[in-house]
Design a protein around this ligand. Structure first.
Ligand code: NAP
Length: 478
């Protein structure tokens, strides 16, 4: 077994230096990793194709997304608001007298990242969790997913080489493999947070392990999601066939192995969408990412097909073809233990509602999701539907499809349990917030303050000073 104690101790030792490295230095690490991954794209894609059965174009796109993500976090560092610097001036005349308070976010320390199976680059070794933790100055140890070991090892070599070349401290990054190694990482006193993408079952087990430690640590789990979609009668009448084509494209994308796959679609009874959908559903038996996912898909579809009142609209009942099921809203409510369970793979369930009241009752039974989507027409009265969606999802979409998560400053990829274990995001600029801890300095001597909090704003970052947002001036100071 890998010497986890030695690796985590190296990460602990590196943490002081990675935290102290300035933003420009850490940004240069991220950009160097991105450049080297881009430079090795042909080799990486070839390895990943052999291990995952995902096609060339998808994997190339994913490498580009991964390197774009690393560069976005470099921009986040240089922009500076990720530090959330807030200054309150002292006021001795206030009752009670107010001290000088200066608050900012600091890196949390070494982070363990459990790579996902379904994104061999973007949510794996050099994916969003690793990039966002490294960005804010946290050493990272990745637990590789066994679904793509060679891709993981080669990616890790490239990351380590880039960090070494740029002079990052030894121990800033490491890769481990194996179930027991993953557990040992979570138990290590040096590890200060765990980020995870995978199943609800594994996520729950690891969450409980993080809490059960002598010194509990945060666990950021991205678990399962149904990503419900609502189609109003007016939208169905106006463009039911087009919606059917869009839905078919979305739930079969990547053979349904996306956490944002639309798995539950509320349609009016006798919808055009339902009539049109079977024509857009493939008949092939897709090769899924791993044995476990193949078995999970087979078990999940068997359970759903066996529910009384569930019809098979498209796909073969007994083989692993893409599958569309349909049921009335009353059936959904009667069998919610089965029908509200995520089936990871190319399957979706249409739920027929007779009237707005039945739709709203069904929506009230849903748990949290990463996304919820509304297809409506301008004349529809949907305010309360949007309220219900906002309560249950991190991303609410209008007239689109949830697969495809743009990586940007405003993105939110996380939702109420069981979609994620916290309210943070694992995609987009604010993903860094998971690996930062607020500290306020009270009446600190100027020379002992971090540069972000010093008088005159030497870093030239956005800060909130005495309750007002102070943006850097043209010379970079505020
Ligand atoms: P998984 O079974 O959750 O495994 C993910 C990682 O956690 C692997 O590294 C695995 O290690 C580790 N692990 C699993 N159980 C553990 C436990 N009890 N304690 C400690 N570590 C544990 O996910 P998967 O292999 O990717 O796929 C299985 C299912 O996960 C899918 O069928 C799907 O339902 C779900 N999934 C969801 C998403 C999503 O984004 N929502 C993404 C991918 C998968 P070992 O492999 O070494 O055992």
């Amino acid at each position: 077994m890998t010497d986890i104690a030695a690796l985590t101790e190296a990460a602990r030792t590196a943490a002081g230096a990675t935290a102290a490295a300035d933003d420009a230095t850490r940004a240069s690490w991220l950009r160097a990793i991105a450049d080297d991954l881009d430079g090795a794209v042909d080799e990486l894609v070839e390895l990943a194709m052999a291990e995952t059965a995902l096609p060339d174009a998808r994997l190339r796109g994913e490498v580009a997304r991964t390197t774009g993500q690393l560069r976005l976090f470099a921009d986040v560092l240089l922009e500076g608001s990720y530090l959330e610097a807030v200054l309150d001036s002292a006021d001795p005349a206030a009752t009670p007298p107010r001290p000088d308070l200066r608050r900012m976010l600091r890196p949390i320390g070494p982070v363990a990242v459990f790579a996902a199976s379904n994104f061999p680059f973007a949510f794996s070794v050099a994916g969003g969790d690793t990039a966002s933790a490294l960005a804010v100055g946290c050493p990272v140890i990745v637990k590789a997913h066994p679904g793509h070991p060679l891709t993981s090892r080669r990616t890790a070599e490239l990351v380590v080489a880039a960090l070494d070349r740029l002079g990052a401290p030894g121990g800033t990054f490491a890769l481990v493999e194996g179930f027991d190694e993953g557990l040992a990482l979570v138990d290590s006193p040096a590890i200060q947070a765990v980020a995870f993408t995978g199943s609800l079952r594994a996520g729950r087990a690891l969450l409980e392990r993080c809490v059960a430690r002598e010194r509990p640590i945060p666990f950021y789990g991205e678990l399962g999601s149904l990503n419900p979609v609502v189609v109003t009668p007016a939208a169905d009448a106006a463009r039911g066939a087009t919606l059917a084509e869009g839905l078919a494209g979305s739930f079969q994308l990547g053979h349904g192995q996306f956490c944002t796959k639309p798995g539950l679609v509320f349609v009016p009874a006798d919808s055009t969408l339902e009539d049109a959908l079977p024509d857009f559903v493939g008949a092939d038996v897709p090769k899924l990412l791993t044995e476990a996912i193949t078995e999970g898909f087979a078990a999940g579809r068997s359970r759903a097909v066996a529910v009384p009142g569930v019809e098979v609209l498209a796909g073969d009942r007994d083989t692993a073809t893409p599958l569309v099921l349909a049921a009335d809203a009353s059936t959904l409510l009667e069998h919610e233990d089965v029908l509200l369970e995520e089936v990871f793979g190319p399957a979706t369930v249409l739920v027929r509602y007779r009237d707005p009241a039945e739709l709203r009752t069904a929506l009230d039974h849903l748990e949290g999701s990463l996304t919820m989507t509304l297809h409506a027409e301008p004349e529809d009265d949907v305010d309360d539907l949007v309220d219900r969606m906002t309560e249950r999802a991190g991303r609410v979409l209008f007239s689109g499809w949830p697969t495809g998560v743009a990586v940007g400053w405003a993105q939110q990829h996380g939702g109420p349990w069981p979609a994620t274990t916290t309210q943070f995001t694992s995609v987009g600029a604010t993903a860094v917030r998971r690996f930062q801890r607020p500290v306020v300095y009270q009446d600190a001597p100027e020379h002992l303050l971090p540069p972000a909090l010093r008088d005159g704003n030497p870093l030239g970052i956005p800060r909130r000073v005495d309750g007002r947002l102070a943006l850097p001036s043209a010379d970079g100071r505020a």
